[in-house]
Design a binder for this molecule. Structure first.
Ligand code: NDP
Length: 295
């Protein structure tokens, strides 16, 4: 039996970062503008702090300016809105990112709505999502993780048009926009979620599966049609006594089984994860170009 091709998200993300770095310096030389990303972190969640640190490092690696504000967990919603308003008006800031989840006393909708859609590099503003969903409309930004999934398919020459795609998960951040994007790319899309009965019957029909669930190894080999393409968004820590950290990260797809059935698959880690940050940098560059009418 043949083994699936491994889709190397780390490598593709590196190529994209190199392309972005070249564009950042071209713009700087031509019009003297450096793209700027403002990141707002509220509270002291360890995972959020790690994500923010990685985003900052990635910005530095391509020459994008990053501004970071780290607020205590008991910050009021009004204070967060004040920061957003400041960044909305700051011409050196082209992208504003509010690290989610916010502490529970805050209304996430109010906060996300406050980001100017021209600087909504996460693509979470309802106007950007609405445009993504509508025919003939163009969002200013597409959410980074689903955009990274589609970019991987493109860069590996995997055609989407006319294919049957199944997205597992319907979150605002990943599953829902992934399904909308696949539909824009002319796939026929089904969405599986926690209330779907017999999900394996649906996934077995898929030419392309995007799994964004948060359940380690949920998608078994038997759920997959031979030669399907698997994009695994899941990042799940599971106990691993043999690792020095005591845990390892696995996807939503059982990799060892899937690799024997699929034609191509993303690993975890090293698949979609690095693409998410690359797409954030790309959105920030796009924003700086658009705001400064630079092509
Ligand atoms: P959410 O918890 O917001 O959403 C999970 C979705 O999966 C929900 O729609 C839920 O259904 C569905 N679901 C849960 N259990 C099942 C089940 N047993 N069968 C079918 N569907 C189920 O998670 P996110 O979308 O934010 O993240 C999903 C995964 O992706 C996580 O592992 C996360 O760590 C990872 N992630 C990775 C990123 C990356 O950069 N690679 C970025 C963001 C997330 P329902 O709607 O019915 O509740």
């Amino acid at each position: 039996a043949s083994v699936a091709k491994v889709i190397d998200g780390k490598l593709v993300a590196k190529q994209i970062r190199d392309e972005i770095a070249a564009e950042v310096s071209r713009m700087k030389e031509a019009v003297g503008v450096i793209p700027g990303l403002a990141v707002i972190l509220v509270g002291d969640r360890k995972d959020s702090a790690t994500y923010v640190r990685n985003k900052k490092k990635a910005c530095e690696s391509v020459g994008i300016n990053s501004l970071e504000v780290n607020l205590p967990a008991d910050t009021t919603e009004e204070e967060v809105l004040n920061y957003i308003s400041g960044y909305n008006d700051d011409p050196s800031v082209h992208g504003i990112l509010v690290q989610l989840p916010l502490p529970s006393h805050m209304n996430e909708q109010n906060v996300l709505n406050a980001v100017r859609i021209e600087k909504d590099v996460d693509g979470f503003h309802p106007l950007n999502i609405g445009r993504l969903a509508m025919r003939g409309r163009e969002p200013l930004f597409v959410p980074c993780t689903p955009k990274g999934c589609i970019e991987l398919l493109h860069r590996y020459g995997i055609s989407i048009k006319g294919k049957r795609a199944v997205v597992i998960g319907r979150s605002n951040i990943v599953g829902m926009p992934a399904a909308l994007l696949l539909q824009r790319e002319d796939a026929t899309v089904s969405v599986v979620h926690s209330r779907t009965s017999n999900p394996e019957e649906i996934t077995r029909q898929a030419d392309i599966i995007i799994a964004a669930v948060g359940q380690p190894n949920m998608v078994r080999g038997s759920w997959i049609k031979p030669d399907a393409v698997i994009i695994d968004v899941g990042i799940n820590p599971v106990d691993d006594p043999s690792s020095s950290r005591g845990y390892k990260l696995v996807g939503d797809v059982c990799y060892e089984e899937a690799i024997k059935v699929a034609s191509a698959i993303t690993p975890v880690p090293g698949g979609v994860g690095p693409m998410t940050i690359a797409m954030l940098l790309q959105n920030t560059l796009t924003s700086a170009k658009r705001i400064n009418s630079f092509q």
